[in-house]
Design a binder for this molecule. Structure first.
Ligand SMILES: [Cu+2]
Length: 196
């Protein structure tokens, strides 16, 4: 009996994404960067998707470990709160001079967590005034249809309402790229991009 219930739950969980996809579409693809071997940390996002979007109930987190912000790039929806942890034994000071969110969390040590809400879209550069080599970026976006590449350059944006959108890229060094993309219900649109 318990075994049957277990299999039923597993079956429902497997079927769920299929149901969710029925009325929405997916954009999947690959980003390559000219003359690079690592294709990580490219943010892909859709512009002008109508609707009101709630930020995630749970905070996201950026850690500071071995004098590095992890992750180096974090795309978030407008209104998202990000926690800044310090896993190092040295003090860090997180601040940003960027227009969408100027802030300074002060200098703090191990196992202290401070937080900041990002309420305006745009690029927020993170710095540490103890370690000038430390840097990271929070890309604040106006809708939840975004993704970030892994080292292999692959990305997926799920559950997109059908329509025509501009798919845009952000990368800390490369010029932005954009392309018109048509999203159809129940279908996956494949995209290949090369950044220069
Ligand atoms: Cu630091």
């Amino acid at each position: 009996m318990i075994k049957n219930i277990f299999f039923l739950i597993v079956a429902v969980l497997i079927a769920l994404p299929a149901f969710a996809d029925e009325n929405t579409g997916t954009i999947r693809g690959e980003v390559k960067i000219f003359r690079e071997r690592r294709f990580a940390d490219v943010v892909l996002y859709l512009e002008d998707v109508p609707g009101a979007f709630k930020p995630p109930a749970n905070n996201l987190r950026i850690d500071q470990k071995n004098l590095i912000f992890i992750p180096h790039v974090l795309p978030v929806l407008v209104g998202t709160t990000v926690e800044f942890a310090n896993s190092d034994t040295v003090l860090h000071n997180v601040f940003s001079p960027s227009k969408p969110k100027k802030f300074n969390l002060g200098t703090y040590g191990k196992d202290t967590i401070k937080q900041q809400t990002f309420d305006k879209a745009g690029k927020v550069a993170l710095l540490c005034n103890v370690h000038t080599e430390m840097s990271a970026f929070i890309i604040v976006l106006s809708n939840p249809y975004f993704s970030k590449t892994g080292n292999d350059g692959r990305f997926t944006i799920n559950n997109i309402p059908p329509g025509q959108y501009s798919l845009k890229t952000w990368h800390e060094e490369k010029r932005p790229y954009q392309e018109k993309v048509t999203v159809k219900a129940g279908e996956t649109t494949e995209i290949k991009i090369q950044l220069r």
